[in-house]
Design a protein around this ligand. Structure first.
Ligand code: CO
Length: 467
């Protein structure tokens, strides 16, 4: 049997309101709940999923009150979950155990491509007062943020067409709205960029742009713009609609001879105010964007090519030790819409992924970017990059794998880095995950809250102060 690293091993147990014995001190002011999403189980019957992105959605909840921590984890009860419990893996990123013949039969029966998966394992958001788990298939699942119980499917009250969607929604506190996009296949393919005002379940279209179409995972906003970066990792629509397709991984085609497009849209008028190209590069995650004297500054994590997607297949991840995947680089694009230019520079030498800025910096000038350090042997650290000076502060411990770090500012604090950074971290030797609370200024560890088990690595989360 293949050796599985603890971060990619299925977790069976669900815990509710576990109270870890906290070492150190959680600041009294920290009040609210971090909810994270990610794959938690990787098998159905005796079959293992093909890709990390295909594990069954498991929510994790880390709640803070008066210096104490409570922890819960629970699988989303979805159709994909029921199928997996019945021994079938269905309709995901790279995994479908139905035979080609079965899939063909299902397509003929339904006179259309297979239904998209509801395995919403990528991210979470608060939409119209509901808490929703998100993935890139256009199905969303509501949950109770206190109990993590599944609360049925969430649907927007609009008719925006989407064949693929973004699990990342930009949460802009300055405008009280979420910004996201969908991809529509057709005679011409399009990205539809939209906003969802707080308190609404209706997406308002900001703009529709011609799409290659490519695999676009994230976007960012400035005060006045939405920025999309379209790498030449092209989606083959013909292969997508083929009943023999195993999911989106099957239809991705890296075209290094084609450039990456950088698209800047006016947030009010929907006008495409800048369309620049840079040499081919792939990106999952934007850090943030802001306006600087008429120029758009965009920080993101860039990979040299699309190999990173294949590098996260279970074939590549399973085995002795921890997998060696390509490293992302923290890069800044400075876009001048009036001069039609874009400059690209690197902000940090090390490997980095899962970047975040504090919520109140979204769409505004940020100085610090927090991220996971990915280029250490036998560890994933935490880094705080000073994007002004190009210096960085790092934290890491041997055999400890830090997940997406989330900065939370102290209410009433003035400095950008006055607050904490929250991150679960798996100690592979101890075979246990600990929630770490860092000082956001120094990266000193303020508190460690050991969880009752090793958590499979998750993707993304949000801090909800109201929960
Ligand atoms: Co992501």
């Amino acid at each position: 049997m293949t050796v599985q690293s603890p971060g990619f091993r299925s977790l069976q147990a669900e815990r509710h309101d576990y109270r870890p014995a906290v070492e150190g001190t959680v600041p009294d002011w920290l009040s609210g709940t971090l909810v994270r999403n990610g794959p938690g189980r990787f098998e159905a019957g005796d079959q293992r999923v093909n890709h990390w992105f295909d594990g069954l959605a498991m929510l994790r909840r880390y709640s803070f009150e008066n210096g104490t921590v409570r922890y819960s984890n629970r699988f989303l009860r979805t159709e994909a979950y029921d199928d997996a419990m019945a021994g079938e893996l269905t309709g995901q990123f790279a995994t479908d155990t139905r035979s080609g013949w079965q899939r063909l039969r299902d397509v003929v029966r339904s006179l259309g491509p297979p239904a998209p998966t509801d395995n919403a394992n990528v991210h979470v958001a608060r939409i119209d007062g509901r808490y929703v788990a998100l993935t890139e298939a256009p199905r969303r699942v509501a949950f109770d943020p206190e109990t993590l119980e599944t609360r049925g499917e969430f649907s927007f009250d609009d008719d925006l067409t989407e064949h693929i969607t973004a699990a990342h929604l930009v949460d802009d506190p300055h405008r009280d709205e979420l910004v996201g996009f969908t991809t529509q296949f057709g005679r011409t393919h399009q990205y539809h960029i939209y906003r969802v005002p707080t308190g609404s379940d209706e997406r308002e279209r900001i703009a529709s742009l011609d799409a290659r179409p490519a695999y676009v995972h994230d976007c960012s906003v400035t005060e006045d713009h939405v920025v999309l970066v379209e790498p030449p990792l092209v989606l083959s629509v013909v292969r997508a609609l083929s009943p023999l397709s195993q999911g989106p991984v099957d239809m991705l085609d890296w075209r290094p001879e084609e450039p990456t497009r950088v698209l800047v849209v006016d947030r009010e008028t929907g006008e495409l105010v800048s369309e620049q190209t840079v040499d081919a590069a792939f990106t999952f995650h934007h850090v943030n964007a802001y306006l600087d004297d008429g120029e758009v500054v965009l920080d993101l994590v860039e990979f040299p090519d699309g190999d990173i997607v294949g590098a996260m297949s279970m074939d590549a991840l399973d085995g002795e030790g921890f997998p060696d995947v390509p490293d992302g680089r923290l890069v800044r694009y400075r876009i001048d819409p009036s001069a039609d230019t874009v400059e690209r520079s690197q902000l940090y030498d090390g490997g980095i992924e899962l970047p975040r800025v504090p919520r109140d910096r979204v769409g505004r000038r940020h100085r610090y970017a927090y991220g996971q350090v990915t280029d250490r042997a036998g560890a994933n650290g935490l880094v705080k990059v000073d994007c002004e000076t190009g210096t960085a502060r790092e934290w890491w411990e041997q055999s400890v794998y830090v997940e997406e770090p989330l900065p939370v500012q102290r209410p009433g604090g003035d400095a950008e880095d006055d607050g904490v950074v929250l991150a679960p971290a798996l100690d592979a030797e101890k075979d246990r995950t600990t929630l770490l609370v860092f000082d956001a200024a120094t990266l000193d560890v303020l508190a460690r809250a050991p969880l009752p088990h090793a958590e499979p690595f998750g993707f993304h989360g949000r801090f909800f102060p109201e929960v």
